[in-house]
Design a protein around this ligand. Structure first.
Ligand code: NAP
Ligand code: G4F
Length: 326
């Protein structure tokens, strides 16, 4: 019989790639979806007829119990969260509830209804924050630097706690930044690739940015969801770091994106203190040798290829608007 999976956060970047992967593998996919005034399903429009949606919210335990009950999943992937670090300073309480306590809600629903389901928690390299060692691995102590990072540390430890308290198969994937054409436009990669495309098409004049010297370990989301699936296929539940092991600066990202459309970024990029954060993380650089060795996971898309893929997609998407304007 086909396996069944329940994905929270299915409308987001990772949820959409994971749903595609699981459908390809023959899973019956259930997606937890929040009620919104206007349904925004852009990332999963192409597969929406293959997904069974269940309405619910991480803040509403009853709706999660209902979702687990309806789907009777073999695997649960908890990808839902308030995932933008910048917003976590403006909405720290909401971030704590959705990104932290929400994990306990979904774990409780699984424990009550389907305790043998395998569980994946989307943890983050933001938990390392003011890093204690470089590169960071599974045993590196956490020192979060944002309300988001603090909430993710809670989500990580409650996952470990349910594994140890109830013997549940619960894994925490500590993923470093991963991007794609489906990334939200507030995140730096997509903000830059979208702006490069729009400036090239004459739809935007400048790009206002924060710290250009910030560096990240950036990979492709399509590669990273494969690691999530692999974590739930092992004999024993465990936690894994997923990363590229390469650092690039925001300025390098800007250079590649603008260079790809034949523009000099210095003519368009303006540094605006509004986008500089109250606290920054140190150098987040991952060591994913455990995942490579035990899961056999490997990267397929490199940094320049990723940025160029995103610019190309934004050129296509924005050229629809430019035709309307002309
Ligand atoms: P994303 O694109 O921002 O997607 C977040 C998803 O969570 C959306 O589907 C959103 O639904 C849903 N959601 C938010 N609050 C919810 C709630 N209260 N109840 C139900 N659903 C809710 O994030 P992503 O980049 O795919 O990341 C997936 C997960 O991995 C997140 O937990 C993120 O924190 C974590 N993570 C991401 C990265 C990365 O670099 N991408 C790295 C490490 C960890 P709506 O469409 O209704 O808003
Ligand atoms: O793209 P970002 O907003 O991603 P950030 O903060 O690293 O968080 C992402 O990755 C985490 C994994 O480590 C996830 F857990 C989290 O959910 C999210 O997916 O910012 C990246 C860097 C930061 O240092 C920021 O200060 O880019 C710098 N930056 C410089 N100018 C900017 C800007 N970031 C944004 N969003 N906008 C700017 O104008």
């Amino acid at each position: 019989m086909n396996k069944k999976a329940l994905i929270t956060g299915i409308t987001g970047q990772d949820g959409s790639y994971l749903a595609e992967l699981l459908l390809e593998k023959g899973y019956k996919v259930y997606g937890l979806r929040r009620r919104t005034s206007i349904p925004i399903l852009e990332n999963i429009e192409h597969i929406q007829d293959e997904i069974e949606f269940v309405e619910g919210d991480l803040l509403d335990l009853g709706s999660l119990i209902n979702a687990v009950n309806i789907s009777q999943p073999d695997e649960v992937y908890n990808l839902a969260a308030q995932s933008f670090v910048g917003t976590s300073w403006d909405q720290p309480v909401l971030t704590g509830l959705q990104t932290g306590i929400g994990v306990t809600n979904i774990l409780e629903a699984v424990r009550m209804v389907k305790p043998d389901a395998r569980f994946y928690q989307a943890s983050s390299s933001e938990m390392f924050g003011k890093v204690v060692e470089t590169p960071q691995r599974e045993t590196t102590p956490f020192y979060p630097r944002s309300p988001y990072g603090v909430a993710k540390v809670y989500g990580h430890w409650i996952t470990v706690n349910y594994r140890e308290s109830y013997n549940m198969y619960a894994c925490s994937g500590i993923l470093f930044n991963h991007e794609s054409p489906r990334r939200g436009v507030e995140f730096v990669t997509r903000k830059v690739t979208n702006a490069a495309a729009r400036i090239k098409l004459g739809l935007q004049k400048e790009l206002r940015m924060g710290n250009l010297d910030a560096q990240r370990d950036w990979g492709f989301a399509g590669d990273y969801v494969k690691a999530m699936w692999l974590m739930l296929q092992q004999d024993k539940a465990d936690d894994y770091v997923i990363s590229t092991g390469e650092l690039h600066s925001v300025q390098e990202l800007v250079e590649i994106a603008f260079g790809h459309v034949g523009l000099n970024w210095r003519d368009y990029v303006v540094v605006d203190p509004k986008f500089v954060r109250p606290a920054e993380v140190d150098l987040l650089l991952g060591n994913c040798s455990k995942a490579k060795m035990r899961l056999g996971w490997q990267l397929e898309v490199g940094f320049s290829e990723l940025v160029e893929m995103m610019v190309e997609s934004d050129l296509q998407r924005n050229s629809r608007f430019s035709k309307v304007l002309i």
